[in-house]
Design a protein around this ligand. Structure first.
Ligand code: FEO
Ligand code: CA
Ligand code: CA
Ligand code: CA
Length: 600
């Protein structure tokens, strides 16, 4: 480095230049390989992927579409054998089928889409002396689709609001959808957020129910037309079906026969994710954001305590922790005079967008803290409850995770182009820019670093965008030395405690491709953000896992740019030639398989 001092451990790479290549671009001295692609078989005897001859039966046993979150759970001490779990957020039919008619999809196309949603669980094996990861058949391999049975748990289980003609008990739901990000619990299970579930339900308009409208469930026919093939997607026939999505799910990947769970105590909204931290006394805390403009950040505190060990009985106990406790929503207060928060992103006179905050209780078990709402209503219509208690409207809360060493909480606030528009809220200290295209990264410290605390301090660690622009901030670091970044989405930590951020900007930064960035949080390098990799055109970078020797990312919706489709592909990644683009997981490692940190 020009300054002569060694970069922080884990960040010893030369940043890649922002670009528009149809490739995954990694730093000098690093290698890459595909881990798994849309359509790759997960079970013996399943046919290889054939874009022109896809069927629902094949898709149900192949890797799904649009991988977002990914988790890797080692099954041995060397990390040679691992379980990987990925979300398949949604389907992009015009990129899955040539000649696709959105006005008249076929039953087979719709059933392929149902099977391409959900999650995949599969073994991955690392090649010794390399970072290459390859999928393998195993007893753990599993697909979760829109047909998989889920158990509804927590205080809204069995509510009249969740009952349908197929499930008069209100406790059993088929499927999960729009699973965006997620988390690995300390007890080895997977949490996953059901995010933009509103788009799957037809005919809300005529019902004229403000509770549906508050979730963006409006209009008549849906874009996908699933309501023609299964009446549960038609709210005129099954008005409660939409209430059965928008939850955090929990899956035990160690037990392929287990029934996954929907946890109603964490509330119902467009959950980006959920991540758990264990408090000093053994109770657990889960953080989750509602990813939409002007929505909220939530926290749940359990009553029960975590049981140690990785036995099946410990996991069964720990999987009940999120069903009994209290749900809170965040209120942020800035410490600078409101007149100094002028909407331009100019720092206030104290030099920081920062302040204090509190967690406002919404409901605990059968008890509601929200006037005019029952506890069941708080869980099923959580957005309305949060509106009533005066929570702070944020700029699209995406991923939220706790730092493994400091316990501080980091949340990506992706962007909010509507802030300050007519009829919309203007700038606030945690959301300080009008028509915010590039987003910010929030840092939150619970009082006394106690996960159970109901008050906190916060600051904006990054105010994203082009570092040459005066409305950006990089933890106080010299902005001439940092990489440009827009629309932070996922956050992760490396073994050294650095923060890693993946982006979903849709070209907001001069049409440049999205990427994965690393940045130190401590010391004099705090804020020195560097671009580690970029993904192909039209793709979003998600699901980063930052290990000692291997980094993986999910490359979601490659080639999805305006005007492109399967009939006119804009990307041929990853298979090259004239192939169709395929959402895939990529591994990156240091040449010679040194630790990522070693000088190559
Ligand atoms: Fe699916 Fe909030 O990104
Ligand atoms: Ca301030
Ligand atoms: Ca996301
Ligand atoms: Ca996103």
């Amino acid at each position: 480095e020009a300054s002569g001092h060694r970069p922080p451990k884990g960040l010893n790479f030369k940043p890649v230049q922002p670009n528009t290549q149809d490739a995954v671009v990694v730093p000098e001295g690093y290698e890459q390989g595909i881990v798994i692609r849309w359509g790759d078989p997960l079970f013996p005897g399943v046919p290889q992927f054939d874009f022109d001859n896809q069927t629902a039966a094949k898709q149900a046993e192949q890797f799904g579409f649009n991988c977002d979150f990914a988790a890797m759970l080692p099954l041995d001490h060397l990390g040679l054998t691992n379980l990987m779990v990925t979300n398949h957020e949604y389907t992009s039919e015009p990129f899955m089928f040539k000649g696709y008619s959105s006005a008249n999809p076929t039953r087979e196309q719709v059933e392929i889409a149902w099977a391409a949603h959900g999650l995949s669980v599969f073994m991955v094996k690392r090649t010794p002396h390399s970072g290459q990861l390859k999928p393998a058949f195993s007893k753990y391999n599993r697909r979760i689709t829109l047909h998989t049975e889920f158990e509804v748990r927590g205080p809204a289980a069995g509510s009249a609001l969740l009952k349908t003609s197929v499930d008069p008990t209100g406790t059993k739901v088929f499927g999960t959808m729009n699973n965006c990000s997620g988390g690995v619990t300390p007890w080895g299970t997977i949490l996953s957020g059901e995010e933009n579930f509103n788009q799957y339900f037809a005919n809300a308009g005529p019902l004229n129910d403000p509770r549906l409208a508050r979730y963006g469930i409006t209009g008549t026919a849906t874009g996908r037309k699933w309501e023609r093939f299964d009446k549960r997607f038609d709210l005129a026939q099954e008005p409660n079906e939409a209430n059965r999505f928008g939850w955090v799910i929990e899956l035990d990947p160690n037990d392929p026969d287990s029934t996954p769970v929907k946890h109603t105590h964490l509330g119902r909204f467009k959950h980006e994710t959920a991540n758990v931290r264990i408090a000093r006394d053994g109770r657990v805390v889960a953080y989750s954001g509602d990813d939409e403009r002007f929505e909220y950040i939530y926290k749940f505190i359990s009553n029960g305590k975590v049981r140690k060990g990785d036995s099946r009985s410990a996991r069964r106990h720990n999987m009940t922790l999120l069903d009994d406790g209290t749900l809170y929503v965040a209120k942020f207060t800035g410490d600078s005079p409101p007149a100094e928060i002028d909407g331009t992103g100019k720092l206030p006179s104290d030099g920081q967008f920062d302040g204090s905050g509190e967690w406002i209780p919404l409901a605990s078990g059968k008890k509601s803290f929200v006037p005019g709402m029952t506890a069941e209503e708080v869980y099923v219509f959580t957005r309305i409850a949060a509106d009533k208690v005066g929570a702070t409207k944020m700029d699209r809360p995406e991923d939220i995770e706790c730092h493994p060493h400091t316990g501080r909480v980091y949340c990506a606030l992706s962007n909010n182009v509507e802030r300050g528009n007519a009829g919309k809220e203007g700038a606030t200290e945690p959301n300080p820019r009008l028509q915010n295209r590039h987003g910010q990264v929030l840092e939150l410290a619970e009082r006394r670093d106690d996960a159970l605390s109901l008050t906190f301090r916060w600051d904006l660690f990054l105010v994203c965008g082009d570092p040459k622009s005066p409305d950006t901030y990089f933890g106080g670091y010299d902005k001439s030395q940092v990489s440009p970044i827009s629309s932070p989405d996922n956050v992760a930590f490396d073994p050294h405690g650095n923060l890693w951020i993946s982006t979903d900007s849709a070209g907001a930064l001069n049409g440049l491709n999205d990427g994965l960035y690393g940045v130190p949080l401590e010391g004099r390098e705090r804020g020195h953000l560097k671009l580690f990799l970029t993904v192909p055109k039209g793709a979003e970078t998600c699901g980063p896992i930052i290990g000692e020797r291997v980094i993986t990312v999910c490359v979601q919706h490659p080639g999805e740019v305006d005007g492109a489709s399967a009939d006119n592909p804009a990307s041929h990644w990853p298979d090259g030639g004239s192939s169709q683009p395929r959402p895939s997981v990529v591994a990156v490692w240091k040449r010679g398989h040194r630790q990522l940190d070693e000088i190559g």
